[in-house]
Design a protein. Structure first.
Lengths: 383, 315
């Protein structure tokens, strides 16, 4: 199982908190991996990452952030401009895809349209020179694993999207790779099936004890599936941490924004008592703890507060810090919860409260409301 | 792969749960349609489409079916020197029985057939790399089109001019390297050049359709370049190969202009024979019978090509 490389709470190193392990060690290491495309576009820059066997790592980020290019470099479909990719002590960089012990589940499944389901699954074994009977047997084992034995002779186009996805999965697992690479594997599925496949895929990975590196732009998917999440933006790693930390303690503004439903309070540091800072702008004062001596008084600073950590204190007077008098702009009912869109001055704020409070909030647009949050829920962001 | 054979796939997806989710996703009330779908479904009673196809049918009927029918009819009529058209409408099988024993005709049929096969094979072998390069190696659509048009450029000149232009240099070079000029070899070489584009074009479109992700997947699953090509690219290119082969086969089988020009009147093909019956001997019924036989051989050839490749299934 994964070692606790991503610890709760902010790490001081920021962009590269996980030092690459010894090159002789086990697992996958990306070392200062960089990709510059012809024409000068920097797709991936100085990515350092260690992934253990049996670990489920999700590369998360907006489109164009370099996550897919990173995955393609691991799989051998893209050659790094600089840096190294080391699996169990051996560099993969010089190897073409067919000589790497990795396999990829492609975004749109990329099944072979002219081959039956079982022939699709057998393909990898055939390429590795396995005799026909043996590979048939293993292909059917894999088909049973994904529950498609009965459709073995169909052509891919005669299958539903979900079934095609399971064929794609069986096709790569049958080759027993050391690392499985998944490029937006659930992106083509309908939402309900997506939700189911998250659980199933994660379960399967646990049972197999295999290293999965999964690329997605879907925050929820990353949180639900990963042992560790690597958030990327503009070719660089923003934060590497377990899902709880990513959700609760975003380190950078980008992560806080990208994960969604975070209030970002921009202001200046006006006071400092030990490790406790006061950050304020014209409308809001927030207190927050800082692990080092940055920023100092007078510096610009950003504090993130999760919308779900914001409480409504109807009627109560506003507190000195970590509180704001807001105007309700929109009350959005989402079933399990209510999202309040608020403004304080020209700042926008968000609050998420349980759905059963909707009756007392419905129709109150234009009214004022006081919100508060705990100091512990404030998180100092790096720019 | 690796030494991880102890990791047997005992792991399993909970298929029942997945299928339950899939069932909900895929259920659709009967009669429900998306907006565009409804319009299409209501508009099309079948008659409108048929009406649109009518001019095409008339055109084909007049210019393709009618002459064919007429040729078949003439082939069963009687040659008569005195008649104004050169034949009378008395029914006879004489043309066919005479043709049956005409060894020159069948000899030429065979050599034309051989020439066609060689030209088809050569067009495939030389055309495939060109189409492959254009479709899969040139990434930029603009360059793709530019290069394709460039490949087309020789076809902007008339076929006769190209044939004539080919004749002397080709025969000169052939003579230099010790091959008889104005020979079957020079005709074949000319035909390959003249018809290769009919192969390259369908191959290009077929190759453009090949899912590049599937090619990547094949590489990923352990296929080297050659096996990826043979197992993934080639099977998906079958429709293009078949259509290109049909084009080149049919066109070269019936070819007589190039044969006359490049062969310098020394080489014969079915086409030149049929032409000589009609143009020189003015034996329309006999020429018609010869033409009918040629059409039958062509149909048989096309049938064999499509059978051989299972085109219906591929498309």
């Amino acid at each position: 199982m994964p070692e606790g490389t991503g610890t709760l709470g902010p790490t001081s190193e920021g962009a590269a908190p996980v030092a690459p392990s010894d090159a002789k060690g086990s697992g996958l290491d990306l070392i200062e991996l960089t990709k510059v495309f012809p024409g000068g576009t920097v797709a991936v820059e100085d990515v350092n990452l260690h992934v253990d066997h049996g670990e489920y790592v999700v590369l998360l980020g907006p489109s164009g952030c370099g996550k897919t290019t990173t995955l393609r470099m691991i799989g051998g479909h893209e050659f790094p401009t600089r840096g190294d990719i080391v699996l169990d002590g051996a560099s993969l960089v010089g190897l073409p895809p067919h000589k790497r012990p990795t396999t990829t589940v492609f975004q749109h499944f990329a099944l072979f349209p002219h081959r039956s389901v079982v022939d699709n699954i057998e393909f990898g074994l055939k390429m590795h020179g396995m005799p026909k009977e043996e590979r048939r047997k293993q292909a059917f084992d894999a088909l049973r694993m994904v529950g498609l034995e009965e459709l073995a002779d169909r052509k891919p186009r005669a299958l539903s999207g979900g079934q095609q996805q399971r064929v794609a999965l069986a096709r790569v697992l049958v080759t027993k790779p050391k690392a499985l690479l998944l490029d937006e594997p659930l992106g083509d599925l309908d939402r309900l099936l997506q939700l189911r496949m998250r659980v199933e895929l994660r379960n399967l990975q646990r049972q197999l004890g295999l290293m999965f590196v999964h690329v997605t732009h879907n925050q929820e998917e990353a949180l639900s599936m990963a042992d560790r999440i690597v958030v990327m933006n503009e070719a660089r790693i923003q934060q590497i941490a377990d899902p709880l930390t990513i959700a609760m303690r975003p380190e950078t503004e980008l992560v806080a924004r990208f994960m969604g439903d975070n209030n970002i309070i921009r202001g200046r540091v006006t006071a400092r008592e030990g490790d406790r800072l006061i950050v304020e702008n014209g409308h809001v004062r927030a207190s927050v703890r800082s692990s080092d001596d940055q920023p100092s008084i007078g510096d610009e600073a950003m504090v993130s507060v999760r919308a779900a950590a914001v409480q409504l204190s109807d009627g109560a007077a506003r507190a000195q810090v970590n509180s704001a008098d807001c105007e309700i702009v929109f009350v959005e009912f989402l079933g399990d919860l209510v999202k309040l869109h608020l403004t304080v001055g020209d700042e926008r704020m968000l609050a998420k409260v349980p759905g059963d409070r909707y009756p007392s909030l419905r129709g109150r647009e234009g009214e004022n409301i006081t919100i508060t949050w705990n100091e512990d829920d404030g998180q100092l962001l790096r720019a | 792969m690796g030494n991880s054979s102890e990791r047997e796939p005992v792991a399993r997806l909970d298929v029942a749960e997945i299928e339950a989710a899939e069932e909900i996703v895929e259920q659709r009330p009967p009669g429900e349609r998306a907006l565009g779908e409804q319009v299409a479904a209501e508009r099309d009673g079948g008659w409108i489409t048929a009406l649109w196809a009518l001019p095409g049918f008339v055109w084909l009927g007049f210019f393709l079916i009618a002459p064919l029918v007429f040729i078949v009819l003439v082939s069963f009529w009687t040659y008569s020197l005195g008649a104004k058209s050169g034949f009378t409408t008395n029914w006879t099988l004489e043309n066919y029985s005479r043709l049956f024993h005409d060894s020159t005709y069948w000899h030429n049929m065979l050599s034309s057939f051989e020439t066609s096969l060689i030209v088809v094979a050569a067009c495939l072998v030389f055309g495939f790399p060109v189409a492959y390069f254009l479709a899969l190696k040139v990434e930029n659509l603009r360059y793709q089109i530019a290069l394709f048009v460039l490949a087309l450029a020789p076809f902007w000149t008339s076929f006769l001019i190209r044939s004539v232009a080919w004749t002397y240099p080709l025969n000169y070079i052939l003579a230099k390297v010790g091959v008889a000029s104005f020979s079957t070899a020079s005709v074949r070489l000319a035909l390959i050049q003249l018809y290769i584009l009919f192969m390259v074009t369908p191959l290009f479109f077929s190759l453009s359709q090949v899912d590049r992700a599937a090619v990547e997947a094949a590489r990923d699953l352990g296929g080297n370049w050659w096996r990826t090509f043979r197992e993934v690219i080639l099977p998906q290119t079958m429709p293009g190969i078949v259509i290109g082969s049909i084009f080149v086969f049919v066109l070269t089988m019936g070819e007589y202009g190039t044969v006359l020009v490049v062969g310098g009147n020394k080489i014969q093909s079915v086409g030149t024979i049929v032409n000589s019956y009609i143009q020189l001997a003015v034996q329309y019924p006999y020429g018609a019978a010869a033409a009918v036989w040629m059409v039958l051989v062509l149909i048989a050839g096309v049938f064999v090509i499509t059978r051989f490749s299972n085109l219906r299934q591929e498309l």
